[in-house]
Design a protein. Structure first.
Length: 223
């Protein structure tokens, strides 16, 4: 038996307006979660290198738990498991943002830890010798240098988190993949529609990569 497959470009093109309805959800979950994750990353990243064990250990536990478990399991626990504990349902969009925030926060914590520890101790000693407090030395001297070094891995994490949103169709979030699934159920053009979904994700990540390269280049030239 001879099998022939012909790609239907019209089906892929016609699906794009419908798929774009899910784009705001993808961007909201991604960047909303990343914004919260960045705050969590700074807090837990700094706590993980704190000299006091009672601050360091909880931060380390958070980082290891969320880096050591799949984000799909995390969002399923938040959406299906957590309501049993709190006695109230959780909106799929809220669950998606929370999953991205907690997951990316754990990875960003490691980026923050590595970035801060990469700065030579002589920088801190120089700040203290100028009469600055430890807090002033950190935020005025150590942090700006560390942050420049964090830009590439932070960009990589942003791209990973954007792609992770594709998993949230399992809880009914109307993002790109979910929109594609609904469209396929009506048209039976799975190959073409998923091809269009992939192209849209690629456009988002390539645009973000370009922006991050420009930021990184400007950061390096300003040193």
């Amino acid at each position: 038996m001879e099998f022939q497959f012909q790609f239907d470009w019209q089906a892929a093109i016609h699906s794009i307006p419908y798929l774009l309805k899910g784009l705001p959800y993808t961007l909201l979950i991604s960047f909303g979660g990343l914004a919260i994750g960045f705050v969590l990353g700074i807090i837990f990243g700094l706590l993980s290198i704190n000299k006091h064990w009672f601050l360091r250990w909880p931060a380390t536990a958070y980082i290891e738990i969320f880096r050591g478990t799949p984000i799909l399991v995390q969002v399923l626990f938040i959406f299906y498991g957590l309501p049993d504990l709190i006695g109230a349902p959780i909106n799929p969009l809220t669950a998606g943002i929370a999953a991205i925030a907690l997951n990316s926060g754990a990875y960003i914590s490691e980026v923050v830890r590595g970035g801060v520890q990469s700065i030579d101790k002589g920088q801190s000693e120089a700040g203290l010798s100028l009469g600055l407090s430890r807090t002033q030395t950190f935020w005025s001297i150590v942090w700006p240098q560390a942050f420049r070094r964090m830009i590439p891995p932070l960009g990589n994490q942003a791209i990973v988190s954007i792609k992770d949103t594709s998993l949230f169709s399992v809880i009914g979030v109307g993002e790109l993949v979910r929109q594609g699934q609904v469209y396929i159920a009506n048209t039976f053009t799975a190959f073409e529609v998923y091809f269009a979904v992939a192209i849209l994700y690629l456009m988002i990540t390539l645009t973000l990569s370009l922006i991050l390269r420009l930021i990184e280049r400007r950061g390096l030239t300003s040193v």
